[in-house]
Design a protein around this ligand. Structure first.
Ligand code: NAD
Length: 487
């Protein structure tokens, strides 16, 4: 089987551990290749390479950096189908969604290429005469990028592209379940003439490679997307680095009694079972008005029964496998928790026997907001239905969780919609649309235990740059802010 290397200073080499690990196709359970089990020593080499590449990259005019990004976008476009198929094989998401994942990378790369001609600071009047005030962006330096497996190309691109356009160099550590997608992506980037050492990639366990990045004293910024537990660990261990944390979610959809129920049904099914429920923005709670609950429950059961599980490469598959055996066990564990808490199972609730990490789309009803299945991130095809009497109760239920990433409300009443938009505690709110569907020119991120910082959009640049404030005094005399009285 092919053994892939780690990328340091433009060379694909073996890890100092001398060990490799497999990446497994979650549909067939067959290995896709061997990948280096990186070490803290490998991270030292990668950081050193990134530091050496930093001055020339930082000093390259940003529009020139943008041209390289545009070349990357074009190559991604040319290789979209190949990368999407690879992603379905390594991560399991259905092919149409895998294409969307690559498209998201194309979009952010083009967007950030354009930022090469903006990267705006601002100017503002001084309180003194003959003095000019402005701000400008500075890169952070060497950044560590740590990513999860559920968006194997899109999430790395959300970090790589703003980091690069701002003039940083990086060490990228992809998730252990999707190293192949990461390597193929970075190989494409390399082939555009990106200078050696600007992007370095080290595969391997979070406990060695990830921790070494987080604790490395020469890394100035860490951008992490992943679980809450690891996010909290990073928060404690990263010291004075600039840290962006995009963590878990427990997203909800409110369906009011005046909603278009067919539209809401489409949104709930897509939100809950798209990507097999393995999106940080997946909907895992439906908060439904009591007047329409019986009808909506029936509609859901009927539609869930029609979902086709299987190989994501087949065009008729709706729901692919979970990422690995541990994830399958976790989802099943939560089915047991739900039953023991008194929730009523309406469908699903069991793993599919045979090859692949499949789990039947699961629906619980009679769930109360404080049950564990309504509070904790299951990260699989498991949906909980919570009944409420009115909008007030619905918003309280929505906000009763520790997370705050995405949320949605289905209603045809504009006042109810606006009240929900204002009162829901989450980074993203959708009206008459599912919890999924962010676009790269708008900021993305959460509140509360979902972490802090925003990716994408102009806000995404803040994660990878510092503001420098500049005062230019051309008065020819000493002027004292707050002390001189100007008439
Ligand atoms: P995870 O936290 O297990 O792993 C994420 C990355 O962190 C991996 O590369 C892993 O190797 C690394 N890691 C693990 N331990 C580490 C350590 N001690 N130090 C440094 N790095 C370490 O998460 P996952 O299972 O890959 O992804 C699923 C989670 O990601 C879910 O909670 C999901 O909600 C979240 N997620 C959030 C967003 C968002 O934008 N908010 C997007 C996608 C996924």
């Amino acid at each position: 089987m092919k053994a892939h290397g780690i990328l340091i200073r433009g060379k694909w080499i073996k890890s100092s551990s001398g060990e490799t690990q497999e990446s497994i196709n979650p549909t067939t359970e067959k290995p896709l290749g061997l990948f280096q089990r990186g070490t803290a020593h490998d991270v030292d080499l990668a950081v050193d390479a990134a530091e050496k590449a930093l001055p020339a990259w930082r000093d390259l005019p940003a529009p020139r950096r943008g041209e390289i990004l545009l070349r990357i976008a074009n190559l991604l476009r040319k290789n979209k189908e190949r990368l999407a198929r690879l992603m379905t094989m390594e991560m399991g998401k259905v092919i149409s969604e895998a294409r969307g994942d690559v498209q998201e990378a194309i979009d952010i790369t083009e967007y950030m290429a354009g930022e090469g001609r903006r990267l705006f600071g601002h100017t503002t009047p001084s309180e003194l005469r003959d003095k000019f005030c402005m701000t400008m962006r500075m890169p952070l330096g060497v950044c560590g990028l740590i990513t999860p497996w559920n968006f194997p190309i899109a999430i790395p691109s959300w970090k790589l592209m703003p980091a690069l356009i701002c003039g940083n160099t990086v060490v990228f550590k992809p998730a252990s379940d999707t190293p192949l997608c990461a390597i193929e992506f970075v190989k494409l980037m390399e082939s555009t003439g990106l200078p050696r050492g600007v992007v370095n990639l080290v595969t391997g366990p979070g406990s060695s490679v990830g921790t070494a990045l987080v604790k490395h004293r020469d890394i100035r910024g860490i951008s992490f997307t992943g679980s809450r537990d690891v996010g909290e660990f990073i928060s404690r261990e990263a010291g004075l680095k600039k840290v962006g944390l995009e963590l878990g979610g427990k997203n909800g959809i409110i369906v009011m009694d005046d909603a278009n129920l067919e539209l809401a049904l489409d949104g709930v099914i897509w939100g809950a079972f798209g990507t097999t429920g393995q999106r940080c923005t997946a909907a895992s709670r439906v908060i439904v008005h009591k007047k329409i609950k019986p009808k909506f429950e029936k509609m859901l059961v009927s539609r869930i029964g029609k979902l086709r599980l299987g190989d994501g490469l087949k065009p008729y598959t709706d729901v692919g496998p979970l990422i690995n055996r541990t994830a399958q066990r976790k989802v099943h564990y939560y089915t047991g928790v739900g039953l023991s808490e008194g929730a009523r199972l309406l469908c699903g609730g069991s793993p599919v026997k045979g090859r692949g990490f499949f789990y039947r789309p699961t629906l619980f009803t009679d769930v109360t907001p404080n049950m564990h299945i309504a509070q904790e991130e299951i990260f699989g095809p498991s949906l909980s239905l919570i009944e409420v009497q009115n909008l007030d109760q619905a918003i309280d239920a929505m906000n009763s969780i520790t997370y705050g990433l995405s949320s949605a409300i289905y209603t045809n009443n504009v006042s109810r919609a606006m009240e929900a938009v204002e009162r829901i505690e989450s980074g993203l709110v959708y009206v008459n649309s599912s919890t999924i569907g962010s676009e790269v020119h708008l900021p993305f991120g959460g509140v509360k235990a979902t972490g802090h910082g925003r990716e994408a959009g102009i806000e995404g640049l803040n994660e990878f740059s510092e503001t420098k404030t500049v005062y230019i005094d051309y008065s020819g005399r000493l002027q004292k802010a707050q002390i001189d009285v100007i008439k």
